[in-house]
Design a binder for this molecule. Structure first.
Ligand SMILES: *Cc1c(COP(=O)(O)O)cnc(C)c1O
Length: 246
């Protein structure tokens, strides 16, 4: 880990390329999304200027705070955090193109209503809790098919695939099981041929486990720490309502 974002980005790029080739896949098949929670806008700018333009926040508040400072540089915003329904309007206001953390039907319905009223559409990924950890958001794998069917009925939402946070473990095989499960669910749902559902993306893998995720078919990895350094805030703040430190 260096303080130099360009060096870190080059390292990550090399890791992704190596893992993609090792999996017999074509470099370019795996997109890099930068997870920018807690990262000041000035540091995000460095990454955008280096050509890495797909970024994502976990909190609407941070999206809002950094919006002005980044808007002159071309980039694409995804959203990867737990979203309260009363914040939906901000996703539209701040040009989020994909909500990767869709995990509740009431949220999907409210987002749909808002999009309808503005005559817009939005891409979504369905977040699945593949690790079974209580602290992680996402729907239970056993409900993924029914949930996707329900979301498919909301025509403003373009389902593009699935997202998961793998188990935090040094046991690679346990982590691998999470990613395999997501891949299997994508194939199962894809085979249903639901209208408005394109099961293309598998958003999985982070700084610590992206090689495993790519080996298991990730099309997008979400990296924060390995590019921007350690965060001052514990991840429980973002991933577990119960332990949030407001
Ligand atoms: C923070 C975060 C990441 C990136 O995690 P790192 O370990 O810092 O790479 C990926 N996905 C989600 C949903 C996150 O909140």
């Amino acid at each position: 880990m260096s303080d130099n974002i360009r060096i870190n980005l080059a390292h990550i790029h090399a890791r992704i390329t190596r893992a993609t080739l090792a999996a017999g896949r074509i470099p370019g098949d795996v997109k890099l999304l930068l997870a920018t929670k807690t990262v000041p806008a000035a540091r995000i700018r460095e990454a955008l200027e280096a050509g890495y333009t797909l970024i994502a926040e976990n909190k609407v508040q941070e999206l809002k705070e950094k919006f002005e400072a980044l808007k002159d540089l071309p980039h694409e915003n995804h959203f990867i955090g737990h979203l309260q329904s009363n914040k939906i309007k901000d996703l539209l206001k701040y040009d989020v193109t994909c909500l990767q953390s869709l995990d509740r039907l009431d949220l999907a319905e409210k987002l749909h209503q808002k999009l309808l009223s503005e005559n817009r559409t939005m891409e979504v990924l369905i977040q699945v809790n593949t690790s079974g950890e209580e602290s992680k958001f996402g729907i239970d794998p056993s409900r993924a098919v029914d949930f996707t069917r329900a979301v498919a009925g909301l025509e403003t939402l373009r389902v593009k695939g699935l997202m998961t946070i793998g188990l935090f473990s040094t046991d690679t095989e346990k982590v691998r099981r999470c990613f395999r499960l997501l891949h299997a669910l994508r194939d199962e749902i894809g085979a249903l041929g639901l209208a408005g559902v394109e099961m293309k993306e598998l958003s999985m893998g982070m700084s610590g486990d992206l090689e495993t995720a790519i080996a298991e078919g990730a099309t997008m990895v979400r990296v924060g720490t390995a590019v921007f350094g350690q965060r001052p805030t514990p991840d429980s703040y973002y991933w577990n309502e119960k332990s949030s430190i407001t």
